[in-house]
Design a protein around this ligand. Structure first.
Ligand code: PLP
Length: 373
């Protein structure tokens, strides 16, 4: 069977882990964590980067940093991963779900303003499939109403919007290095602090609510409990793995983009008469080749494609179920209908996309789709 995903190893991961182990320091914020921070800050010009043990953790840190209190409202798409919502729900926020657009699953920015109330504290755009949300419109609304913007850039590494790296536009941004993402460390993530005001407190929250980081830099002569916090930092073992991946970021991206393009060339223009839609990039958005998806015309067609691909020996998979209809949130939801979110829940299909996917395997997938659609 052709799997949906296969984690790619550059070959240096175990060597770097061995170096970390032999250095005698394997807890967090050692040599490899610093190398990763520097890599991101230099390559993308991010204000400050802090590795975390997951994107989920980075989002939870963001919710603490913007001081979410019970009853505060946070606007985000319903078509997203649970962690986007959980991070804020954990602090007592009421989640206000926005519908996706007709062109792609990202939040429809034109629908956001009526969702803003005097309890609204933040907007959390999710760059689905690494395709940029319309950030100009979102930042304008945030300015107008005094809201924070936290980008869920879990899928968006190396993606850009109007020349700016995704994750670096909102006040805070969160990346994931889960094994299903472009750059991986098994589990892993990163918080990006673009607003200076969060720099110091972010370090404290990540270090169990202590000023330990400032202590190690010699800025204070003792450290203690100064705020709430948790243990959000990864061990050097994880950072060493991640650094081996970062060194190969360009090669990994180039390969994924070539694979993505092969799907596009094989399918686009061949299928429109069947009502299948393709990824749509807004003006100014680049393609980071995180995902190749198709939007089928209905649930029945998607089921048919999944079955045909399975018979041919390939795993294609659907994705999110609308969070506003989830068992946990449906009774808390405002009741608003979100038809586009439900539509993508029923129709979006993801094709296998990983570094080692071969041209022959892709050909089989493409031919199967052309026949079965
Ligand atoms: C993968 C993903 C997450 C969670 O990332 P973890 O590192 O697994 O915590 C959050 N949001 C989105 C949109 C994701 O795709």
């Amino acid at each position: 069977m052709i799997p949906f995903n296969k984690p790619y190893l550059t070959g240096l991961e175990t060597q770097y882990i061995q170096e970390a182990v032999q250095s005698g320091k394997i807890s967090g914020d050692g040599i490899f964590t610093k190398k990763c921070h520097r890599f991101f800050e230099e390559r993308y010009g991010f204000g400050k980067c802090l590795l975390t043990t997951s994107c989920t953790d980075a989002l939870e840190m963001a919710a603490i940093l913007i001081d979410i209190q019970p009853g505060d409202e946070v606007i985000m798409p319903s078509y997203t991963f649970v962690s986007t919502a959980n991070a804020f729900a954990l602090r007592g926020a009421k989640i206000i779900f926005a519908d996706s657009g007709s062109e792609n699953p990202n939040m429809n920015v034109a629908l956001l303003e009526p969702l803003i109330s005097d309890r609204t504290k933040a907007i959390v755009p999710v760059h689905y499939a690494g395709i940029a949300c319309e950030m100009d419109g979102i930042m304008d609304l945030a300015d107008k109403y005094g809201l924070w913007v936290v980008e869920d850039a879990a899928q968006a590494i190396d993606g850009y919007y109007k020349g700016k790296p995704l994750g670096g536009i909102g006040h805070l941004g969160a990346f994931s290095f889960h094994e299903t993402k472009n750059i991986i460390s098994g589990e892993g993530g990163m918080l990006i602090i673009n607003d200076e005001r969060f720099r110091e407190r972010a370090e404290i929250i990540r270090e169990k609510g202590t000023n330990r980081s400032a202590f190690f830099r010699g800025e204070v002569d003792k450290y203690g409990w100064v705020d709430i916090g948790s243990s959000f930092l990864p061990s050097e073992v994880i950072s060493a793995f991640l650094y081996a991946q970062l060194e190969q970021l360009d090669a990994i991206q180039e390969k994924r983009k070539a694979i993505w393009q092969r799907y596009w060339d094989g399918l686009y223009g061949q299928l429109p008469q069947k009502g299948i839609k393709f990824p749509h990039f807004i003006e100014g958005s680049t393609n980071n080749a995180h995902m190749f998806y198709l939007v089928c015309s209905d649930l029945e067609q998607r089921g048919r494609l999944i079955e045909a691909l399975k018979s041919a020996g390939a795993w294609a998979v659907f994705h999110y179920l609308s969070l506003h209809k989830s068992p946990y949130y449906t009774s808390k939801h405002t009741g608003a209908e979100l038809p586009w979110s439900d539509f993508y829940s029923d129709t979006l299909l993801r094709l296998p996309l990983f570094y080692e996917l071969t041209a022959q395997e892709q050909q089989l997938i493409i031919e199967t789709i052309l026949k079965a659609a």
